[in-house]
Design a protein around this ligand. Structure first.
Ligand code: TLP
Length: 346
């Protein structure tokens, strides 16, 4: 991909910073399957500390992190409640079914945010006709709903009431640091009630690869075995963990810039006739916009933009998603808006 291209397809496209590359070069490593990689061990301990949990597990991807957490929180044949547009349900190759042996019970929402009232109606006790609810999964920020952020009182209520019913809660916090920036809270506070959290060091935090699962020690110990089963025993993974440590310590501090750029994009998009933006003011770094009024499909607009050196993916024929991150500047966003105007206005 030429360096000059403006890549708004996802925050997964970020490249490691010079500081990360140096840290990777200098990393002290060992065999992590033997528990002997000092840099991985440091990252796992630090992640647990930052989230106020007992233990952490370094995994190659967010998908593997969610897969392991759900497996640890459920029994084969149970159900997992999550939002209908959740990443867990739609973009993880049915790993909840394949690995944990659970069915997802989706709840449709406008903004990706579940409430206890909606969840409670879907909780099932085990009986001759129904599988019981194994766990509840919440996505914060919610990707396909446009980077929406859970109000803290909703998370706390879901966790308190789920626990009172003997049900545990997993947070897909791929972008939980974006949620923290938007809410003005630390991740420890946001995640105090949830049992397990998966968060990504890649994506908004810029590491080349890697995600974490944090939670109770006994659960993380089991998760480590599932990671090996899934092929995630990465040996001298300290080279990646070294970049991950920088992501964890430094990169959250700059996420406000990405949020401001997303708002700039949203404002500019709203000014283009027949484009709609939902939510109108993005809370974090994801801008979802409707193009059905333009007479062109998302695919056609994406192809026209590509010819101008701007990459934005369609979600489907009528909707597109632009994601800001540290490899796109405010000027890039202004240029992307100019390209969008010429792509949709005949
Ligand atoms: N999201 C990717 C795509 O898979 C859609 C993206 O470009 O946004 N949870 C959430 C909320 C995610 O957005 C993603 C990745 C994951 C989990 C999975 O992470 P990876 O890609 O590391 O397996």
């Amino acid at each position: 991909m030429p360096e000059s291209w403006i890549d708004l397809r996802s925050d997964t496209v970020t490249k490691p910073t010079p500081e990360m590359r140096q840290a990777m070069f200098d990393a002290e490593v060992g065999d992590d399957v033997y528990g002997e990689d000092p840099t991985v061990n440091r990252l796992e301990a630090r992640a647990a500390e930052v989230f106020g949990k007992e233990a952490g597990l370094f995994v190659p991807t967010g998908t593997m992190g969610n897969t392991i957490a759900i497996k640890c929180l459920t029994q084969h044949g149970q159900e997992v409640i999550c939002d209908a547009r959740g990443h867990l349900l739609n973009y993880e190759l049915s790993m909840t079914a394949w690995f944990a042996g659970c069915l997802i019970r989706p709840i449709h929402t406008d903004d990706g945010i579940l409430t206890w009232d909606r969840i409670e109606k879907e909780i099932r006790p085990l009986g001759p006709h129904a599988a019981d609810t194994g766990c509840i999964e919440i996505e914060n920020t919610h990707n396909m709903a446009g980077g929406t952020v859970y109000p803290q009182e909703l998370i706390d209520e879901i966790c308190d009431k789920a626990h009172a019913r003997g049900i545990q809660v997993h947070m897909d916090g791929a972008r939980v640091f974006n949620a923290a920036t938007a809410a003005g809270r630390c991740v420890k506070e946001i995640c105090a009630g949830v049992d397990t959290v998966m968060f990504c060091l890649s994506k908004a935090l810029g590491a080349p690869a890697g995600s974490m699962v944090v939670g109770p020690k006994a659960l993380i110990d089991r998760g480590r075995l599932y990671r090996k089963r899934l092929g995630g025993g990465m040996r001298q993974a300290g080279v990646l963990a070294a970049a991950g440590l920088i992501s964890l310590e430094k990169m959250p501090l700059r996420l406000g810039e990405d949020h401001a750029n997303a708002q700039l994009l949203a404002e500019g998009l709203k000014a283009i006739p027949r484009i709609t933006v939902t939510p109108e003011k993005p809370a974090t770094n994801i801008v979802i916009f409707g193009v059905s009024g333009t007479g062109k499909t998302g695919g056609e607009i994406s192809a026209a933009l590509k010819r101008m050196g701007v990459l934005i993916n369609p979600i489907n024929a009528s909707t597109m998603r632009a994601v800001t991150h540290y490899d796109v500047t405010r000027k890039d966003c202004e240029n992307a808006l100019e390209a969008l105007k010429s792509a949709v206005i005949p």
